[in-house]
Design a protein around this ligand. Structure first.
Ligand code: SAM
Length: 333
């Protein structure tokens, strides 16, 4: 197992997660494409289409990593703005398309005051994101900040939209869900093949499918995944930094709702992904961790409840690709 049989405390989990992303940062994007066969791009596009940012949107992208959501946001607002303006210019001033293209060379004008703040705990991931931004020519409307999702370095009521894509399952907060408990005891020796959700982590422990793998694969901490239905610090922080009327959007791996897809997905996750991690990034363990953390995440309904517990309203979710991932949405009203 990635962290062996050691008992891992809350603080240690943070450190381990940091090491995982530090070690995968350089290969993160290529691995994302390989592991998801490029489908993560469609999921991220769908997140933006669901957001439909309005002109002047102030977006906070937490666990923003190498900037995939931020770049999509900037592209979206530029495209929106340009479509509208170009139509107006063509109609009112009878400009040629070349003249219009020249006018739109200044990016800042085309953002309508929209801005995205990328926040991530890992400076290596942000470093790669900044390099990508430079290479792609993004100059305005974008900022990068090192920060912890559980203790965001921002004032209250600051952003219109908060996004977190494939990030929230990596965030640890234990005390909120299980007062007083920071470590998990070793599993019982015969705890291997449990299809049930019982176990030392409570009702959110591994689901069936996962259960064919014995306990040693599990991450031995009570993490967000075992928060007992109570709001985690990360969700509360999301609520705090959003303006009234602001929207929370989370894209995350979830519970597959189709038995055939579930079977294939299990085989792919446990037998292919760590191998790809080893072959491409020379890092079996980090990719094994990623698979484990996905399997420990709460179901769509459970996560919806956690979002509601943090104070969000009108919470809904949408399954993508048979529930391999889901987009949860909620509003601070
Ligand atoms: N959002 C990006 C994407 O979709 O490509 C990156 C997702 S990557 C799987 C998870 C990210 O979460 C990593 O960049 C990691 O550093 C970050 N992360 C983990 N724990 C965090 C925390 N407590 N606060 C902020 N970011 C965190």
């Amino acid at each position: 197992t990635h962290f062996g049989f050691e008992t891992v405390s809350e603080e240690e989990k943070g450190g381990k997660v940091y090491q995982v992303f530090e070690s995968v940062a350089k290969k993160y994007d290529v691995m994302n494409d390989m592991m998801s066969l490029g489908i993560h791009r469609i999921w991220k596009d769908l997140l933006l289409w669901k957001m439909r940012p309005f002109p002047g949107t102030q977006l906070l992208d937490v666990a923003g990593g190498t900037g995939d959501i931020a770049f999509r946001f900037l592209n979206y607002v530029q495209a929106q703005h340009q479509r509208k303006e170009k139509r107006q210019l063509r109609a009112q001033q009878n400009l040629s398309w070349e003249e219009i293209a020249k006018k739109y060379q200044n990016e800042e004008d085309s953002l309508d005051g929209s801005h995205v703040m990328v926040c991530d705990i890992n400076k290596e991931m942000l470093k790669i994101g900044k390099q990508k931004a430079r290479a792609r020519g993004y100059k305005a409307g974008l900022a990068w900040v090192v920060g912890d999702a559980e203790e965001l370095p921002f004032d209250d009521d600051k952003f219109d939209v908060y996004t977190i894509a494939f990030g929230i399952r990596n965030v640890t907060h234990i005390d909120q869900g299980f007062p007083g408990g920071t470590v998990v005891e070793s599993p019982p020796a015969d705890a291997g093949d449990t299809g049930s959700r019982s176990g030392p982590g409570g009702s959110h422990m591994p689901r069936s499918g996962w259960a064919r793998e014995p306990w040693p694969l599990s991450l031995r901490v009570r993490s967000l995944c075992s928060a007992g239905g109570e709001a985690t610090a990360a969700l509360q922080e999301a609520h705090r930094v959003l303006k009234p009327g602001g929207r929370f959007l989370c894209l995350e791996f979830s519970q597959v709702n189709n038995p055939l897809v579930s079977r294939l997905y299990d085989v792919y996750s446990f037998q292919v992904i760590p191998v790809l991690g080893e072959v491409i990034a020379g890092d079996w363990k980090s990719y094994q961790y990623l698979v484990e953390s996905i399997r420990q995440f709460p179901s769509q309904e459970e996560f919806k409840e956690m979002i509601e517990d943090a104070g969000f309203q009108k919470v809904t979710y949408e399954n993508l690709t048979s529930g391999i991932v889901a987009i949860h949405s909620g509003f601070k009203l």
